[in-house]
Design a protein around this ligand. Sequence first.
Ligand SMILES: Nc1ncnc2c1ncn2[C@@H]1O[C@H](COP(=O)(O)OP(=O)(O)OP(=O)(O)O)[C@@H](O)[C@H]1O
Ligand SMILES: [Mg+2]
Length: 255
Amino acid sequence: MSATRATAHSPRPRSRSAVIDVASVTKTYAMGDVAVHALRGVSLRIERGDLVAVMGSSGSGKSTLMNILGCLDAPSRGRYLLDGVDVRAFDDDELADIRNRKIGFVFQSFNLVPRTRTLANVELPLAYAGVARGERRRRALAALETVGMGDRLEHLPSELSGGQQQRVAIARAIVTNPPLLLADEPTGNLDSHSTHDVLDLFSDLNASGRTIVLITHEPDVAARAKRVVRLADGRVVEDRRVAAVRARAPRERAA
Ligand SMILES: Nc1ncnc2c1ncn2[C@@H]1O[C@H](COP(=O)(O)OP(=O)(O)OP(=O)(O)O)[C@@H](O)[C@H]1O
Ligand SMILES: [Mg+2]
């Protein structure tokens, strides 16, 4: 197991409450002779229990930042502590391991495994983590109950609506019980009704202690966050606290 390795890399968290601590992070892509500066020095601390919306126009660096927060990509410069752990020196195996333990991902296009039933889709991260079959099933069922999909266990993704697929994807993201959920435009492909369902779900997950960072273009979605961070041209240009970290997320006013 990875216990020894994890201990070696995680002495004492620098700050107990920061799940994300990014300092002066830059990301530069070399495109032939041209350097594309996707991030130009981003510093961001996100406390445990926060619900943060990241906004900004297309090309402002949102996905680049999310990929770094999710340990899917490394910064060109700067430092990133995930749950107190500096991931800079990690190799690919160690990054995969910390991703699996600490982060649940939700994507705009759901990314469920095709031709695979709901229950098996949600069990997948547990299978990677080496969890035994019975325990896998029990936890996948519980996650699916949490998202209101306990009655669609045998459906294939193609037999589910977009909103239902996204709820299954959220069940898959929370089944390992990670402290951090990262979502890149999770409601981008959903109608307003499903958007509302998914946002309620995020609010509930946040209320039960999960830290959530979601990218969105939609002001309605950002209005449900506790904090709004806006990027422009690779920099943070706005960082607005909407509700206290410990408070319940703001609800949309009833129509
Ligand atoms: N792999 C890459 N190689 C080269 N340039 C990249 C790469 N990924 C992103 N970029 C560039 O970095 C900048 C930021 O891209 P990013 O995907 O982070 O934007 P975004 O804010 O997520 O936009 P959108 O809202 O359209 O998803 C853009 O100028 C983009 O062209
Ligand atoms: Mg993007």
